[in-house]
Write a protein that binds this ligand. Structure first.
Ligand code: PMP
Length: 387
């Protein structure tokens, strides 16, 4: 029996061997010609993956929270007003950050497992002159997906900038930054982008860069200040070295490999593959008699599934599923933390991984004494994967 378990949590995820090989190559100088080429190419490829041909990409060492910080610190000044379209844990984090930089923050919320209606968003937008609206594309704590296209359009009509936290969406969920008018789309390397944790990634559109240039005062966060990073990104893209902070050489080499693979698959094909994996996992979970946190199919993300434990079953299930070969994640949203678990299915995760995971889930459910028809989840998933 092999010791390695499938990593099926909502990030980090399974990574491609070629990406791991790039991570393991001898570390070169950050001014070496082959690194300059890899960094420059990665920046160009980000524009294509984000579907943002006129955007400005930023790659900075850090986690997704730094990507959020890079967006907020550069666009928000004391006294600005911000609207958080709040769908859970990570929307709360965005609000805390906005407040830290001096914004007055309002929320438009929905019950756990749901998202605000377009009417509720429109009503909230009409209450103040917001500089910034933030949207969590996929709230990883609940598996709820935002209506980014519609909410961004409404925010634009009011003249607000839209920041989309796409940490659990970029390169997995359909996100068309330029066509939808999203001003900043941010993520981290360890999810659908397919690179081990350690890179904060974002693309800022022309309106966001204008707003940054028209700031009244300096950016309060030294490390996150685009004034420091913009010349670096521009230099590497022009295939010149530049220095502000030492770039994470191996991670950036790995990023370039992964972005190349993503573009070779094609964005539309990739979105469709994530939809199919999601349909298969959700059908399996339902066939096994488990509910889900998202209240309706329409509000459920495609990069993860958040099943509820059936009656009489608790988080001990996850230990048995792991023993059977797949690592899943527990609950995260504080209101329902002990009531559900999470299965990530994004990046290079394939149909075989989905089936192995459902098989392990069935083994775990059997081990905890849950009453179900063995194979029901596998059959439901396979039917959708073969379709
Ligand atoms: N936003 C969302 C939607 C996330 O899922 C996460 C991480 N799970 C973050 C932000 C924070 O990212 P990180 O843990 O890499 O700081």
């Amino acid at each position: 029996m092999k010791g390695r378990k499938l990593l099926m949590i909502p990030g980090p995820v399974e990574f491609d061997p070629a990406v791991m090989e790039a991570m393991g190559e001898a570390t070169t100088s950050h001014v070496a010609p082959d690194f300059i080429e890899a960094f420059g190419q990665a920046l160009e490829r980000m524009r294509q993956v984000w579907l943002s041909p006129d955007g400005q990409p930023f790659v900075v060492a850090g986690s997704g929270t730094l990507a959020m910080d890079l967006a907020v610190a550069n666009l928000v000044e004391p006294g600005d007003r911000a609207l958080v379209i709040n769908t859970g844990y990570f929307s709360d984090r965005m609000a805390a950050m906005l407040e830290r930089y001096g914004a007055g923050v309002d929320h438009v919320r929905a019950p756990v497992g749901d998202r605000p209606s377009a009417e509720a968003v429109e009503a909230a937008l009409s209450q103040a002159d917001y500089k910034v609206v933030t949207i969590t594309h996929v709230d990883t704590s609940t598996g709820v997906i935002a209506d980014v296209e519609k909410w961004t359009r409404l925010s634009r009509q009011r003249g607000a900038l839209t920041i989309v936290d796409g940490v659990c969406s970029v390169a997995g969920e359909e996100l068309r930054q330029e066509a939808w008018g999203v001003d900043v789309a941010l993520t981290a390397s360890q999810k659908a982008v397919g690179v081990p944790p350690g890179l904060a990634l974002l693309v800022a559109g022309p309106k966001a860069m204008d707003a940054f240039r028209r700031r009244r005062g300096p950016v309060a966060n030294y490390y996150a200040d685009w004034t420091n990073w913009l010349p670096i990104m521009e230099a590497y893209e022009a295939r010149r070295p530049a220095y502000f902070g030492t770039p994470p050489v191996n991670l950036i080499a790995a990023l370039n490999v992964s972005l190349g693979q993503i573009l070779a698959e094609g964005m539309d094909a990739r979105f469709e593959r994530h939809h199919r994996m999601s349909r298969a996992v959700k059908a399996a979970v339902s066939a096994l008699g488990l509910g889900q946190v998202p209240l309706r199919d329409e509000v459920a993300a495609h990069t993860l599934t958040a099943p509820r434990y059936p009656a009489g079953v608790d988080s001990a299930l996850l230990g048995h599923v792991k023993a059977a070969g797949a690592m899943l994640a527990g609950g995260l949203h504080p209101d329902i933390k002990t009531e559900y678990f999470r299965i990530g299915h994004m990046g290079v995760t394939g149909f075989g991984d989905v089936l192995a995971t459902i098989g392990a889930l069935e083994q775990g459910l059997m081990a905890v004494g849950y009453d179900f028809a063995p194979g029901a989840g596998l059959a439901a998933a396979q039917a959708l994967l073969l379709d």
